[in-house]
Design a protein around this ligand. Sequence first.
Ligand code: NOJ
Length: 595
Amino acid sequence: MRRILKYTAIIFGLILLFLTYFVWLNLADNHNNEALLDELPSQITPKYDTSESKNWWKQTSVYQVYPRSYKDSDGDGIGDLNGIISKLDYIKSVGFETIWFSPFFKSPQKDHGYDISDYQSIQPEYGNLVLVDSLINEVHKRDMKIVFDLVLNHTSNQHPWFLESKSSKDNPKSDWYVWKDGKADTPPNNWKNILGQISAWNYVKERDQYYYAAFLPFQPDLNMSNPEVKAEIFKIVKFWLDKDVDGFRLDIFNFIFEDTSYPDNPSTLQLSNNMSEGKWAFEEHKYNFHQPEVLEFAKELREILESYSDGRFMIGEVFGSHRHMRELLGLEKQDGLNLVFLFDFLERFEFSADYFRQKVEEYEAFYPSPLVPTYVFSNHDQARSITRLDNDVRKADILATFQLTMRGVPFTYQGEEIGMTTGEIPLTEAQDPLSEGWLAVPKWFREEIGVLPNRDNCRTPMQWSKETGAGFSSNDITWLPVQQNHTSINVEDQLQDKNSLLQTYKSLLAIRKQYPVLKDGTMKFIDNEELPEDVLGYIRANSEQTVIVYLNFSDKDKIFNNNLEGYNKVLFQKRGNLNEGEIKLNSFGALIVTN
Ligand code: NOJ
């Protein structure tokens, strides 16, 4: 009996140990950044022209428009190009300098534009090529820049290229996608798609073969290793550059190439996303993620962009370790992507001075000048940032002040500037094609790993006013329901209210223009010892200007001396003030001063 008890206890202990390890592996932050940092070259000497005018993209501020939800001009309940054009003055008046548009190209809209069926024409519900020309023109007329979204990893399965490719094994486009024979009745290898629930291989009877789709089955991967495909893509890139598009956001860029010997991927105990190691859903994506060819491809694209003398740029939606990012930027010569999205703050963050300081230190270490980090808190794929701030607008003020005064390119997603909340459309009513895959996953786990299982909820129509339809559409029925809270959270009201979040954005963007030091200056934290707990302070400086920012991340009032003599001119204050050398920050207060 004692023996049985002993063995039971041992087995139980081992299971417990395993579970602890599993939870630690999946939920802890296990990055070893110091070791990574040691591997990187200390010197960065950009290969291309670094003159200020060509490098405008290093100093810009970007506003993301999701066309389907921005402004409907013709009453069909779906946003469109005319609607967008009618709102350009608004975007300009808030102070943004660049606009990035999620795709409006021809597409069956199964992934709302990220499933393209013609890269050079426009989905009719949004408009047409003439309207796009006029959009480009109208943006430029207002002295702003325009960025398009390029989805190069995959097309729609309705793209004529794919329809031809799948029709037989010997048609002219038969190698334009990634086709492989199966093994007996099973897929060519064990690769799963991005959600990790189904095989990435999809059988097609006509060819008796499988095609590879890293994302969803209706989004077959292009075979970018085929020179003909690459050449066609380069033509498309030039087509838009010749139309004066200033840059591109590149969709899931480091998924574009696969190891062409197609080996099985190793298994791992990693269930939650550990993109920096390429591990998630029990699979180590060794052979279909961040392959060496993608670095070469980034350089080829860069060469095309550089052949336009006025400074065009591209930003990659890329995942991985900081080393991956630095490789994509072009390690020593900075001859790859111009910018990469850094997604830590987008997925989750701790609203504390310590966390923000640590992240900035990490970014400054990995992306020192002349590199530029990016700061992004919301987009069309994730819960809106205000959800991670307990829907507290005071915290959103702090977040915006941090973002717009930090060294880096800030990205603001439509509606973030008024504190639009994450919607509550149930999973069962989702239009988002990813949602189906999350139905079977327990809610607590989805929350723990920080995914938004129904992306409709960050794509609800822009809230322009309190009227029915939120000023988005004259139609009562819109492609996604307008959120109820548009009566209290909308642009029109916030333009009238001098204390609104929108006014915070306006003031800060205006200060960024007046004080270019916020764009190009060095960045230095004030020692923690000189500041009260929960207060973050930093100094931005160049040879002409110095600006100091103080942010109170707590709900307690903080009073302290302004030790930096001569810095008495207040540029911005929100629940904060400077009085005879004494700084007072009320709960979640912000203060910006200069000399
Ligand atoms: C990333 C995009 O941001 C997302 O919206 C899209 O569904 C996938 N890529 C597939 O293109």
